[in-house]
Structures are given as C-alpha cells and as structure tokens.
Write a protein that binds this ligand. Structure first.
Ligand SMILES: [Zn+2]
Ligand SMILES: [Zn+2]
Length: 419
C-alpha cells in the first residue's frame, strides 16, 4: 500500500515554500518595524492551558483539539491556536517583570480536527502578534493597523476591517442579563446551539448564522453590546476609532461581531475580503493573563491564516513571486570553460547574486533554453574562446543585448544590472 499524508495536511513543495518564506519575511519586516519581537513556544502544551485559555465551551476545545495522553499519562494537546501558549510563556518567564509593554509575534503550525475544505486544513499555519501590558486605546489602533498592513503587504485587495467593542466585566453582565430576560420567553424557538448559548454565553447568539435566530433577536429588541457600553468602554472605543481615522486605517463598524469568551474585552475586529471568509482576526483580552495564573495584565492581539492568505492572494490573481528569477545563468560552451565557470559561479554567489548552471551536459543551445525557463536575466557564456580573449560573453535575456565583459569586471557589471 502506498503511504499518504494524513487528511487535512499538505506537503509544501519547492516553489511553494518560497511563497511561505516571502510571506513570513513580510510579516517579520512589518512587525519588526513596529518593535515587535519573535517568540517561539512549544507545539504541544498541557491540555488544561487550552481549556482555560481558549475556553472549554468553545467548539475548538470541545470538538476540535488533538488531545492525547503521553507515555507518562499526562494529557497534552497540539496547540489549536497561538495566543494561549504565548500568554503562558509570558507568565511562566515573568516577562511582566520587565516593567515595559511586551510586543511579541509568532508563526507556526496549529492543529484542529475540522472538516478539511478550501483554505482550511487540520494542520494549518498562522502568524500572529500579542501585546501585553497596555490598555491604552492607541495600542489597539497600532495592532489593528499592523494586522491590516500585513495583508496589504502580502498583496491582498479589497480588504475591510470590521470593528466592534464587546464591553467589559462591568457592562457585559448588564447586557447579558437583558439578553436572558428578553430571550428566555422565546427560548424554544431558538436553534439548539443558541439555546445552549443563552445559558453559557448569550453574546454569541449574535454569531448564529440561522436567520430565524437573528429574527428572534431583532423582534425581542435586544440591543447590541456596543450600544450599551459602560462609560469607560465607550471612551476607550471612541478613542480607538479616532486614532484609526487619523492613521488613515479604513474600518467599518460591525455591531454583530462578537468574541465568545468572558476574558475577551472591548476591541474586536476581523479582516475580510468579499467572497472569502475571515483572513485575520483579533481582539483585546484583558482577563486572559490572570486566567492563566499571571498578575492582572491587559492584552491584545491578532492572528492570520497563512494558507488562507495565500489562497485569497491566488484567487485575486496576485503573487509573491516577483524575485524568483535567476540573476545569472552560467553557460559552459565547451570542456575548456568548465573550471572557469565554477570560479565565476563562486564569485557571483559570494556577492549574493543568484546564479546557477547546467549539470547534465546539455548543449549550449539547450543551456540557453534552460536559462529561459529559469527566467535568468543574464546568460554568461564561458568557453575556450572566452578564456583566450579574457572576456566572457554576456547576454541580457530581457533585451537581447550581447556584450563582451572582461572577467575581472564581470561580477560588478552583473551586480549593477540586477540592482
Ligand atoms: Zn465596560
Ligand atoms: Zn441560533
């Protein structure tokens, strides 16, 4: 029987890996410019971390985790998302002791047992950022701006930031009580999920895709949480929007946007593009650090799906492959050119010029064909006659121009030509 990869996983082959490297380079560049630092945490953690840090009423924890007992009978779980591990590391390593705001980012594989579909895998990959130690609305604006800037940097189009505030431990219980009061008489008319939500987490009724549930919500005249915020939350949310406006970050208020858990507070956002599901999402979580055993510390962060971003990019006709071409192809005209060709390759590569040659004994003509296929900018021909004249024959494949360049100037000329 032929071995196959597990369902919901993918092999990244040469040609695809380069897209991932470029995407990661864009994320790193944009976040480093804002003074974020990379953090790497384990791919598996104690199961309890996710039960507490993601919430055991969520679909992720109740239905989708890869949980198993290790050989020491400890329950461990392949991480289904990145935030819980980062916050655990922040607490365990006492990063809060630095007295400054921690600005962190990460990449890596995440695991969820879901039905695989377009852009959705069981081993999928995310990049994300977390800021711990500030509740200033300015940091919300910074993080939202960065989450959008990354997608723009990748080349995605028609992006919308959908923004909302989900309140805090002061205003949410009031709203929750109101929801329970107005919806309990209609409980039997709600879908099964919403009946459960009404008990555990009424705010998530706004998330229901069922039209009947949404109609019941409207008829019961249940206000959106953002319309009944406490004064502190109102002031905070107004400031976030004011900063986004002066920073020229476009956004749209989306009052039905919610985050399920109690420690999610205030700002919540998702970035979408018409015809696609959410590409990146984020939120403030002022209760999470405490939930995981640290001192009360406000936090905010976002995550984006790498497979999803690349899929949307492809669907929109974009590509990250601008720099994939070869700078120089060294063609060996005859046996006499072999040694010098290797010296020239070493010299070019030593300068960071992307250079290659044929190692299969092709004729000169088919070496040119290969250079074409590799999208080489220059073909450098080296053979007996070039050695005698002391000059390489260099053809620019973009404009067809051919020149003789003395060997000592070869690397300089090519370097200038490609910059
Ligand atoms: Zn509040
Ligand atoms: Zn429902």
């Amino acid at each position: 029987m032929e071995m196959q990869r597990p369902r919901g996983t993918a092999d990244l082959l040469p040609g695809q890996v380069e897209d991932w490297q470029r995407l990661e380079a864009i994320v790193t560049k944009i976040l480093s410019a804002a003074n974020y630092q990379e953090i790497r945490t384990p791919i598996f953690e104690h199961t309890e971390l996710f039960e507490r840090g993601v919430g055991d009423t969520t679909d992720i924890v109740s239905k989708e985790m890869y949980t198993f007992e290790d050989r020491g009978q400890r329950s461990v779980t392949l991480r289904p998302e990145g935030t819980a591990g980062v916050v655990r590391a922040y607490v365990e390593n006492k990063l809060y002791g630095t007295g400054t705001v921690s600005k962190l980012f990460y990449y890596g594989p995440m695991f969820r047992y879901e039905k695989p579909q377009k852009g959705r895998f069981r081993q999928f990959h995310q990049y994300g950022a977390e800021v711990l130690g500030s509740e200033k609305p300015a940091i919300d604006a910074e993080v939202i701006s960065l989450s959008l800037r990354i997608l723009v940097g990748i080349g995605l189009k028609n992006l919308t930031v959908e923004l909302n505030s989900v309140g805090c431990s002061v205003c949410r219980p009031v709203h929750r009580a109101l929801m329970v009061e107005r919806l309990t008489p209609h409980k039997d008319e709600l879908c099964q999920d919403c009946q459960n939500r009404l008990e555990k987490n009424p705010l998530r009724l706004f998330d229901c895709k069922n039209d009947r549930c949404q109609a019941i919500l409207r008829d019961a005249d249940v206000p959106y949480i953002v319309d009944v915020l406490c004064d502190d939350c109102r002031t905070h949310f107004d400031a976030v929007q004011r900063y986004l406006k002066v920073m020229d970050v476009p956004f749209r208020l989306e009052k039905g946007l919610v985050r399920g858990l109690d420690y999610y507070t205030r700002t919540a956002w998702e970035i979408t593009s018409p015809g696609f599901t959410t590409i990146a999402a984020g939120g403030r979580y002022n209760g999470l650090v405490e939930e995981i055993g640290g001192p009360p510390t406000p936090g905010i962060g976002f995550a984006g799906g790498i497979e999803r971003a690349l899929w949307v990019l492809g669907e929109q006709g974009g590509t990250l492959r601008s720099s994939e071409r070869l700078d120089a192809f060294v063609a060996v005209a005859d046996e006499g050119g072999e040694g010098t060709a290797m010296v020239v390759l070493e010299t070019l590569r030593g300068r960071g010029i992307r250079a290659d040659r044929d190692y299969q004994g092709r004729s000169l003509k088919s070496q040119f064909k290969l250079a074409d296929r590799l999208q080489a900018r220059y073909v450098v021909v080296i053979g007996e006659s070039e050695l005698q004249s002391g000059k390489a024959t260099v053809k620019n494949l973009d404009d067809g121009e051919q020149r003789e360049i003395p060997f000592p100037q070869l690397a300089d000329e090519i370097e200038q030509g490609i910059r």
